[in-house]
Design a protein around this ligand. Structure first.
Ligand code: HEM
Length: 444
């Protein structure tokens, strides 16, 4: 969908490194400020996600102390909540366990202590993922109609067309990076189509969501500031896009639909912007990393790949199982609003409570043989990758649709994707996924 929007040059996204490279560079320049994690259960350390060694640590916690406190970490003190049951419990009590940015928001990192509450309030773009009731309810209600089953049916044709284009363009029998050529191309392309985001700028969505999702950056004051500037620029870009659409005739893209929807009329421009960014950026790296994770997982469990190759009717269940297995967001954070007891532990008002979806999805009391991908798993849908309760992912159906179409179109083309070459994971404790995944595509 073409648009007249031409972004200004001179924006730092034109010259800034990716979030990942910026942090690497900062670590090299400041070796003495490298975050130090000494507690064996301090799972805020990102090396365990880059090296994929987190599994046994969480298994030990689930067995010995499902809810436990670690103190003195680079992210301060926090509670680990690690089992399926305990995560569900916390998600089910949103008054007691707050998502609000006023208490620190939804990730393990707190805003830098140098920022005053007034400045924080000024800087904060209102997003309903980081709000409590009643504000959350009203705002979620205005965007939810964009994700109904009927809307998904409407979007499917376009999603399928884009998926076909991307898959038809990848080389056969020669090595390439699946993250770059498929996962990023597909997610940014689809968001660009669905939201009418300028096509030529679609890779900015990846750049921004990486800066937004890399929680570790806030451990370095300089980078926290750079992150803020970049996210401000993103807001500026979206606000120009919004103004442009305001003055135009209604069109079938979601931004135009949101602008012209009566439900949206009462939102302030700030709220509108915050929620638009939440939708576009929130749906980006999560879906991207699942698209990479699916290929990686099917390669690791070739018996499961064979099941899907022989019987594509398992694809919808495989989508659920892959989302469980990959768990694209490792955690969400809550903050206790009152003293309480949680599975025998005394939690104090103000305590930081981290729900580790990664661990809940490997809970052996719910999922048999949880470390194996089993595409026929009967209770795969019980995964907690989308969260639970009032904040459960509003875009879940859209993500599932994109992933199902991807698997169906791969099957249609008889594509067997083998991992071959470099596999690099994201170094972060929030976003869980792949930076690079070299593959070769053959036929089955
Ligand atoms: C919320 C995961 C795709 C938009 C969430 C939450 C999780 C999540 C864990 C928070 C739940 C909580 O706090 O309890 C995922 C995963 C995805 C995905 C794993 C892909 C596999 C998407 C897509 C969109 C989206 C495609 C939109 C285009 C949102 C929004 C919220 C949210 C707006 C806030 C909901 C609320 O606070 O009420 N997502 N998401 N997500 N997600 Fe997703």
């Amino acid at each position: 969908m073409a648009t007249m929007l031409a972004p200004e040059t001179g924006f730092s996204y034109r010259t800034s490194p990716t979030a990942y490279l910026a942090f690497e560079e900062w670590l090299r320049a400041n070796p003495d400020r490298r975050p130090v994690h000494t507690h064996p259960w301090d799972v805020s350390r990102s090396d365990i996600y880059v090296n994929d060694t987190w599994g046994p640590i969480f298994a030990q916690m689930r067995a010995q102390a499902p809810v436990n406190k670690v103190v003195g970490t680079p992210y301060g003190d926090y509670w680990n909540v690690t089992t399926h049951k305990s995560v569900l419990h916390v998600e089910s009590l949103p008054e007691l366990f707050s998502s609000s940015w006023k208490y620190g928001g939804i990730t393990i990192g707190d805003p830098p202590a140098t920022i005053s509450p007034e400045e924080l309030a000024e800087r904060q773009l209102p997003m309903f993922i980081a709000m409590d009731r009643p504000e959350h309810t009203g705002q979620r209600r205005t965007v939810a109609p964009a994700f109904t089953p009927a809307e998904m049916v409407r979007m499917e044709a376009e999603i399928r067309m884009r998926t076909r284009q991307v898959l038809d363009a990848v080389p056969r029998g020669e090595r390439f990076d699946w993250v770059d050529k498929v996962s990023i191309e597909l997610t940014t392309g689809m968001l660009a189509i669905l939201f009418g985001f300028p096509w030529q700028d679609r890779r900015l969505l990846t750049f921004w969501s990486d800066w937004a999702g890399d929680v570790e950056l806030i451990l370095a004051d300089e980078l926290a500031e750079q992150r803020f500037v970049i996210l401000q620029e993103m807001a500026h870009y979206f606000s120009r896009l919004w103004m442009e659409r305001m003055g135009a005739e209604p069109s079938p893209d979601l931004i135009s639909m949101m602008i012209h929807s009566p439900a949206m009329n009462h939102m302030s421009p700030q709220e509108f912007m915050g929620n638009l960014i939440l939708l576009i950026v929130g749906g980006n790296d999560t879906t991207r990393n699942t698209m990479s994770g699916i290929v990686h997982a099917l390669d690791r469990f070739p018996d499961q790949r064979t099941i899907l190759e022989n019987d594509p009717s398992f694809i919808p269940n495989a989508v659920q199982e892959c989302i469980r297995f990959v768990t694209p967001l490792s955690h969400m954070r809550r903050t206790a609003t009152a003293d309480t007891e949680l599975f025998g532990q005394d939690i104090r008002a103000g305590d930081k409570v981290i729900m580790w979806y990664l661990s809940a999805n490997r809970d052996e009391t719910v999922f048999d043989n949880p470390d194996k991908l089993i595409v026929t798993r009967e209770n795969a849908r019980r995964h907690l990758s989308f969260g639970h309760g009032i904040h459960r992912c509003v875009g879940a159906r859209l993500a599932e649709l994109q992933l199902r179409v991807l698997l169906e179109e791969m099957h249609e083309r008889r594509m067997r994707v083998r991992v071959d070459g470099t596999v690099e994971r994201v170094r972060a404790n929030f976003v869980h996924g792949f930076r690079r995944l070299d593959v070769v595509v053959d036929r089955f």
